[in-house]
Design a protein around this ligand. Structure first.
Ligand code: G6P
Length: 609
């Protein structure tokens, strides 16, 4: 999703802004631009496509200037082209913006009635015009922005400069992230700490409705009513290395291979030799969890699939009812909340607009409390939850989520175990499940060793347009996640079904041109799954089976392939079987030559509705 970087410094800021935009590329975008104050004028460069294309234009005609704003845009209002790219300029003002202004049409009509012309289709240009209007009426930049954001409905993070206010950038946020980076004699704004890691580690996370003014020497924050406030300074732990690609061809591949470490880090000091350690969900967490009589899990995308796995675990081991729902649905319907229900939000970024809105909505619906499972400390979801368990995946750059998913599963496994233990799960069974979970990093390591075999398998998918994924029980969400990975990065249409549903519709699609991927570890449902696979075979479908044993393939499938995966046990099998599906999607995408880390049309962190 869109990314913002802004700077005010003694040195020329355009190169810093470009470096910051490159660090934000992972979020997904389709155009880029920057604007700098250069001796009383606004100099601007914008381009459709990648940051390097905009950079080439800048380098062909560079300009100096110590104050500037920059942006990567993920199109919402208006197609991706130069005219719609940010920064937008109106009179004295240049602005960059993330989010969607819901009342922009009314505001635009009012401005047009007053004679103002617009050069783009964006809602952002409307904000620029409104600020310009206020400046013309005599307000200074901070006052003007404050007055304008009071009129805005919707979500925004903005950074604004004024031709007549050199050395000054004003930012504001509501429902979209923005933070301040503190340098020495220079200050910055960015959408996340990663954008600023090359210039500073000292950051201030702005709160909802904050308006900030930065100069080289000062940072002043005000709330929407104009009251000055102080916000704490954090030392970001991100290192520039953590966002390097190293020896890997893509971030996604690097992140797939980081999973053993990331999962081990997530379990570290949380799973002891005798079970889940006390209060890993925060102070008073165990006490609150002991009262829980049901859970509602809400998330989007891959995080939603993690929630679906958790439902199987929690219902099986803790016997608590669990509802799982995508956030964009949950927030707009009247979910019935039985007494003592825990609301659980799962989010890698902690800034997904729908998940955040759902969590805010949940606070009005009478839950026992809220728990966030999240990868980004200081994100909005984490800050607004009562309890939290951080996944420790480290920065995830590839748009297609991999290590975030398996670390979410590790965190949710801890939750399931804690809930089950509190509700009297048999001690031997509890110990056995804990031992399996402790083995998960190793089991993932073993699954990664399948990569060469998966590369060979991936070739079969190069000419395909469609694929079906099948799983049963707790492996059904794994099939969903496998299908999502394939469609996200290889652009092959892929759908997942619980294998038992095959004959209720999707079997009609099966012929020689349809690869069917089945996730088939051992367990009680294996026999059932085997007969589902026979149904595919009988129709000439190409079966690709990831199995612990033979899975009815008799070691010598007539058409198709069998890949043996050691699950490490029923409990952790969903996390382990996810890994070969990630590798499959990755290698199919590489072979098809797509933009693996930044697939078309997708964004890493979806901060608009
Ligand atoms: C986007 C990303 C997905 C991610 C989803 C939810 O669609 O491309 O990879 O699963 O958002 O993101 P979250 O940060 O809330 O987990």
């Amino acid at each position: 999703m869109c990314g913002i970087v802004a700077a005010t410094a003694q040195r020329d800021v355009a190169p810093l802004l470009i470096a910051g935009l490159k660090a934000l590329e992972y979020r997904g975008y389709d155009s880029a631009g920057l604007a700098v104050l250069d001796g009383g004028q606004i100099r601007r460069v914008r381009a459709k496509g990648k940051v390097r294309e905009m950079e080439a234009l800048y380098r062909a005609d560079p300009f100096p200037g110590g104050t500037g704003i920059a942006h990567t845009r993920w199109a919402t209002h208006g197609v991706p082209n130069e005219a719609n790219a940010h920064p937008h300029v109106a009179g004295r003002v240049a602005i960059v913006h993330n989010g969607i202004i819901e009342n922009y049409a009314d505001l635009r009509a009012r401005l047009q009635a007053g004679g103002r012309a617009f050069t783009s289709e964006t809602d952002t240009e409307v904000i620029a015009a409104l600020v310009d209007e206020r400046l013309a009426a005599g307000l200074d930049l901070r006052e003007a922005v404050l007055a304008v954001v009071r009129e805005l409905e919707g979500a925004y993070a903005i950074a604004v400069i004024d031709r007549n206010a050199p050395g000054r950038v004003v930012g504001a946020r509501r429902g979209a992230p923005l933070l301040v980076g503190l340098g020495i004699g220079e200050n910055f704004l960015g959408s996340d700490a990663q954008a600023l890691v090359q210039v500073t580690h000292r950051v201030i996370y702005l709160a909802e409705d904050d308006v900030v003014e930065i100069t080289r020497e000062s940072v002043r924050i005000h709330t929407l009513d104009g009251t000055p406030v102080e916000r704490p300074v954090h030392e970001s732990e991100l290192s520039a290395d953590a966002v390097e690609r190293g020896e890997y061809r893509h971030y996604m591949q690097k992140e797939i291979f980081e999973q053993p470490r990331a999962v081990a880090d997530t379990l570290e000091a949380r799973l002891g030799p005798h079970g889940v350690l006390p209060n890993i969900f925060g102070a008073g967490g165990d006490e609150l969890l002991a009262k829980v009589r049901g859970l509602h899990i809400v998330a989007c995308g891959t995080s939603y699939h993690a929630g679906l796995v958790a439902k199987y675990w929690i219902e099986e081991y803790a016997h608590l009812p669990v509802g799982v729902e995508v956030a964009s649905e949950y927030r707009y319907r009247d979910a019935v909340v039985p007494p003592d229900t825990l609301f659980v939000a799962i989010s890698q970024s902690g800034e997904t607009a729908d998940t955040l809105a759902a969590m805010r909505e949940s606070k009005r619906r009478g839950y026992l409390g809220t728990l966030a499972i999240c990868n980004v400390p200081e994100s909005s979801v984490v800050r607004e939850a009562d309890l939290r368990l951080m996944t420790r995946a480290g920065p995830e750059i590839g748009v297609a989520s991999t290590k975030a998913f398996t670390t979410q599963l590790a965190a949710l496994a801890l939750l399931a175990l804690q809930l089950a233990h509190q509700r009297g799960l048999d001690a031997d069974r509890y110990a056995g499940l804990c031992a399996q979970l402790a083995h998960l990093p190793r089991a993932i390591e073993d699954a990664l060793a399948l990569e060469p075999a998966i590369v060979a398998l991936a070739e079969r998918f190069i000419p395909r347009q469609h694929a079906l994924f099948l799983g049963r029980g707790v492996q059904y969400p794994v099939a969903l996640e496998g299908a999502l990975k394939l469609k996200e990065i290889s652009y092959i249409h892929a759908e997942a079904y619980p294998a038992g549903e095959l004959k209720h519709g999707p079997l009609a699609l099966v012929d020689e041109s349809m690869p069917v991927v089945a996730v088939a570890p051992g367990g009680p449902l294996l026999e059932k799954l085997k007969s589902n696979l026979q149904e595919v075979r009988a129709r000439g479908g190409e079966l690709i089976v990831f199995a612990e044993g033979e899975a009815g393939m008799d070691g010598n499938p007539a058409r198709g392939a069998l890949l043996r995966v050691a699950s490490g046990g029923d409990f952790i099998a969903p996390a382990v079987f996810t890994v070969p599906l990630q590798l499959l999607a990755y290698h199919v995408a590489v072979l098809r030559g797509t933009d693996v880390d930044q697939p078309r049309n997708l964004a890493k962190s979806v901060t608009v509705e």
